[in-house]
Design a binder for this molecule. Structure first.
Ligand SMILES: Cc1ncc(COP(=O)(O)O)c(C=O)c1O
Length: 389
């Protein structure tokens, strides 16, 4: 490919979060107060998020990975159990199943929605299957009607990976409230960013309590208050816990990001539609429109680069976009492409042909509430230059 001059001088960072004065001031106030760790702001953030999604219980943790790990443990999943998840996801979705001592089983995805294929899930159920862990990919809801029906038929738990799906809804119901647990990420690139951070929505109070306790070393609930002005409280260690708690510094950011969640969703929806219109003539395979009666969270805008249509191979396209000063991502190389899983479980990419094909062709273009019209134009112009060039 010919070397083209970049469309812009400065690099457009992929997934860079929108941080405004409200959260900066709140973090500064936390620092001045001296209360940096888990405290009252985490409790407020949990309550605000719980209300936003209309869930019975919410527990803040320090990542979605922690949220999923603790959910699996609270569900009593362990050695001898199998959990079915998507072949097209981030590695942590699979790793947490292994950390819980259970065996991950992959199902392939639908070629258009890129979400877990419910029929393939059902084919892979065995007497050892205990749970389904669907991922609402890019913010598009999975077919929850089919998945919940399968779970009910086979007596399985459902733990939803909502890392991309904070604002997602399916038939009017928020993602993360279908299953026994919904797990959210507030990592820097996510629709709500606290740097690192996560949340579990739980159906049952006892599960929420267990997660709360195990997220802070297994110490009795409210152990974080032991240094408060209510007087020192002795705590007891009641289970084997982890250091998975969220800090007030993180919640300080989250509280204000949550206030803008709907406004930022509209901004990203607008950007998503702009790309749909302005990239239609490029030969890239664009995402399908959101399904009727669903709400897409517009977390990722992923296109497929098919060399036969564009004359450009995917990795060439990634490099050319970077040379154009546009940051890009890959979500994801399919799970069975990674050596660790191949060596440990004997998985082969050809057994998951759709996830594998997507993983080899996919590119995520920048999509964030921070993008200005000029940035959107630069993305579109860069793609046109590369595919014309
Ligand atoms: C689909 C999916 N699941 C899980 C995670 C893990 O989230 P966290 O980084 O908050 O642990 C991510 C994060 O990128 C993700 O994209």
């Amino acid at each position: 490919m010919a070397q083209l001059s970049p469309v812009r001088d400065s690099f457009l960072v992929f997934g860079s979060p929108q941080i405004l004065d409200d959260e900066i001031d709140e973090v500064v106030a936390s620092m001045r107060s001296g209360w940096l760790g888990t405290g009252p702001k985490v409790a407020r953030f949990e309550e605000d998020f719980r209300r936003y999604r209309g869930a019975p219980h919410a527990v803040a943790v320090n990542s979605c990975t922690a949220a999923m790990h603790l959910s699996l443990l609270a569900a009593g999943i362990g050695p001898g159990d199998e959990v079915i998840t998507s072949a097209l996801t981030f590695c942590s979705t699979v790793n947490v199943i292994i950390h819980a001592g259970a065996t991950p089983v992959l199902a392939d995805v639908d070629p258009l929605t890129m979400n877990i294929d419910a029929e393939d899930v059902e084919r892979r159920i065995t007497p050892r299957t205990k749970a389904i862990l669907p991922v609402h990919f890019a913010g598009r809801p999975c077919d929850m009607e089919k998945l919940m029906a399968i779970a009910e038929r086979h007596g399985l738990l459902v733990i939803e990976d909502c890392a991309h799906a904070i604002e997602t809804e399916y038939h009017g119901q928020p993602a993360g409230t279908f299953g026994d647990f919904g797990c959210f990420s507030f990592y820097v690139t996510k629709n709500l960013a606290t740097g690192e951070g996560g949340m579990v929505l739980a159906k049952n109070e006892s599960d929420a309590n267990e997660i709360k306790v195990r997220a802070l070393h297994g110490m009795t609930r409210d152990a974080w208050k032991r240094y408060s002005d209510e007087g020192f409280r002795h705590y007891s260690v009641v289970s084997l816990g982890f250091k998975y708690n969220m800090m007030d510094l993180q919640a300080a950011i989250g509280l204000h990001q949550l206030e803008r969640i709907e406004e930022n969703w509209r901004t990203r929806e607008d950007c998503w539609s702009y790309f749909q219109e302005n990239l239609a003539d490029t030969g890239l395979i664009l995402p399908i429109a959101p399904e009727a009666n669903t709400r897409h969270a517009y977390h990722l805008y992923t296109v497929l680069v098919d060399e036969e249509r564009t004359g450009v191979e995917r990795d060439q396209f990634l490099n050319a976009m970077t040379a154009q000063n546009i940051g890009v991502g890959v979500h994801y190389l399919s799970i069975p492409e990674h050596p660790y899983y191949q060596e440990t479980f004997g998985w082969r990419p050809e057994e998951y042909p759709i996830a594998t094909n997507i993983g080899r062709k996919t590119v995520s273009l920048p999509l964030s509430a921070k993008l200005e019209q000029r940035d959107r134009d630069d993305v579109v112009e860069a793609v046109h230059r590369i595919l014309r060039g």
